[in-house]
Design a binder for this molecule. Sequence first.
Ligand code: SDX
Length: 389
Amino acid sequence: SEGLFTYDPGFVSTASCESEITYIDGAKGVLLHRGYPIDQLANECDYLDVCYLLLYGELPSSDQKATFEHAIMHHTMVHEQLHQFFKGFRRDSHPMAIMVGVVGALSAFYHDSLDISNDRHREVAAHRLISKMPTLAAMAYKYSIGQPFAYPRNDLSYGGNFLHMMFSTPAEEYKVNPVLARAMDKIFTLHADHEQNASTSTVRLAGSSGANPFACIAAGIAALWGPAHGGANEAVLNMLEEIGDEANIEEYIARAKDKDDPFRLMGFGHRVYKNYDPRAKVMKATCDEVLSELGVQDDPLLKIAMRLEKIALEDEYFVEKKLYPNVDFYSGIIFKAIGIPTDMFTVLFAVGRTPGWIAHWKEMISGPYRIGRPRQLYKGYDQRDVSGD
Ligand code: SDX
């Protein structure tokens, strides 16, 4: 009760939800997907194992995995008419703007044949989104650099196929480095789901009106774009480049602590984690693997990042406010080392997060649900009369 009015019991049902998919303990830095710790899943499984787990609740048997992998990897092409959508964008459009548009446009290619009350239709929609997100992401990149789209290949892993579509050209096939392909796979896993974050809550709210899954995922992509959420990985790289030299770190730490300065230390802090983000630990190890594989372990930005992390973790402001590196702190350094441009980083977050978004959508509409209707704390005028009386 807030004095003005008492919250109706329905408020809680619209402001929170029940789910069996992911558990987070922010104080202890614990992240479980269907009960499995994220570090085990990232290090001992592959991304399609995790997609299956999020969707169906169990890790796949070898037969189930073979069937699932075939279904995903043999639907990675998009309708040729979808290629036309890209031509309507300026070449310098942000790839997230393109993704919001073309993923929403998938509705036009599946909408009529999709009955979301049908379990099999829901499953096919989930599969098609997981199949096609990497293809659309790579197409957004190719369009921005004026190169022809590279068609997917069925003989490559999920991560390897993405790198192929990003970097192969008709003049030269990209040779997929298995270490980089495995790193992409791990990074997609580390982004796969994260409970009721802003973008997943957006997908659930959109889905609660009965909107089709492609439109719901487009809404999730839009929410993810913000620099406080998925846009942070791009913001981390921009911040490290702005810091430019280890000698400038103290100045930026001071700015991050200054309440009158809007500057925040990108890649630090979290709405839920008040401990180390367990994903950041795996991401850091993956970063070391990739940079050493590419022989760039002396990358100046990595040096700034490592020093920034050390200083921040010892600084009493950050310690008192429990601000630790989050999932976005290292991913951008890996992407940059692989040759992925900064404005594609959040697109890769969206690719990785797709199974989480669609698993939450599927979980919600597979049982009884009501339209989400968050309430408010009204702070406006009491009723008054236009006559001024
Ligand atoms: C993601 O929700 C999810 O699960 C998201 C995500 C996912 O997988 O979906 O984990 C992905 O979005 C990770 C977060 C990426 N964003 C960033 O790295 C941007 C930088 N971080 C901040 O913008 C901030 O930490 C947020 C947005 C992440 C959280 O904001 P909050 O909830 O306001 O932070 P908080 O409550 O923990 O803040 C406590 C205090 C505040 O100061 P006071 O108001 O108490 O004086 O710490 C301050 C904040 O001002 N603070 C920071 C800071 N983050 C919080 N100060 C300096 N630098 C920062 N990065």
